[in-house]
Design a protein around this ligand. Sequence first.
Ligand code: ATP
Length: 294
Amino acid sequence: STLVSMALSGLTDLWADLMRASGCAERVFEMLDRQPSMPSSGGERLRELQGQVRFQAVRFAYPARPDVPVLHDVDLALQPGEVVAIVGPSGAGKSTIAGLLTRMYDPESGRVLLDGKELRSLDPEWLRQRIGTVAQEPLLFASSIADNIRYGRMDASDAELEAAARAANAHEFISRFPEGYRTLVGERGVQLSGGQKQRIAIARAVLKDPRLLVLDEATSALDAESEHLVQEALERLMKGRTTLIIAHRLSTVIGADRVVVLEGGRVVQSGDHSTLMGQEGLYRRLVERQFVAA
Ligand code: ATP
C-alpha cells in the first residue's frame, strides 16, 4: 500500500466529521492532518533542527495484524541534507518506513530519532510543520488551487504562494486557467492530470519549507512533459533538505546519495547506485527488471 492509502485509512472515521463540518475548510485541513498515533499536542520542540534521522532496531506490525511483523530490526540513518532512496519489491515495507517517519505509526520496539530525539517525545504539531510529504497521487481538496497550495502554510501571502508555484513548475499551467489560482479543483472543478496534482503538492511543500521530506514517487508514467517538469521541481525541492524517497525511477536512484534496499521488512543492501551495481544481489536484479522502462 502507499502513503495515500495510509492517509485514507484514517479518513473513514473522519467522513462523518467532515459532513458535520461541511464548508469549513480550516477544519477539514485540520482533520486531514490528524494522524492515528499522534496526540494533538504536548512534547518537546527543538530550537534548531538539523534534520538527522535514525531508525534503530525498528520492529513494526500493523495494529490490524499484530501477529504479522512488517519491519524486522530496521536500522537506517539519514544525515542532514542527505537524499536516501528506498527501493524493494512490492510489500517490502517501503511505505511503512515512510509512515513511521511521518509518525502515522509508532514502532513496536526500537526507536525513530530526529536529531537524536525520539519522534514520540516531540510535539506532533511542531513535527508536522517540519515534515513535507508528496504522495504518488496527492489528495487535493475540493477547493481552489490557491487554497490547496496555501495549506502548506496558512499565513502565506499571494506573492509567496505564486513563488512556490513557480518553483514547483506549476505557475504556468495554473495561469492558463481563466480563473487562475481561483480555479476550483475536484468534482465540481477542473480535472487535473497526475503530474499537475503532483506539482500542486510540490508547491505546497515548497511553501511549507520543511527540514525533512518524505516523497513517494509516482509509479505510473506521467506524460513526457509532465515527467520532466515534476522531476525538475522535485530536485529543486529536495535541495538542502533531508529526504527519504520511495523510488521508482532509475534517474532517482542514480541521483540519490544512498540507496537502501528493503526485502521482506529487512534492509538487505545499502550504498550508492554504482556500489550496489557492483554487487551480486537484489538491487542489480531490481534495476535490470523493474527500472528497465525508466
Ligand atoms: P508497495 O511497493 O506495493 O507500495 P511497500 O514496500 O510500500 O509496497 P508496505 O505498503 O509498507 O510495502 O507494506 C508492507 C507490508 O505491510 C505488506 O505485507 C502489506 O500487506 C502490509 N500492510 C500495509 N499496510 C497495512 C495496513 N494498514 N494494515 C495491515 N497490513 C498492512
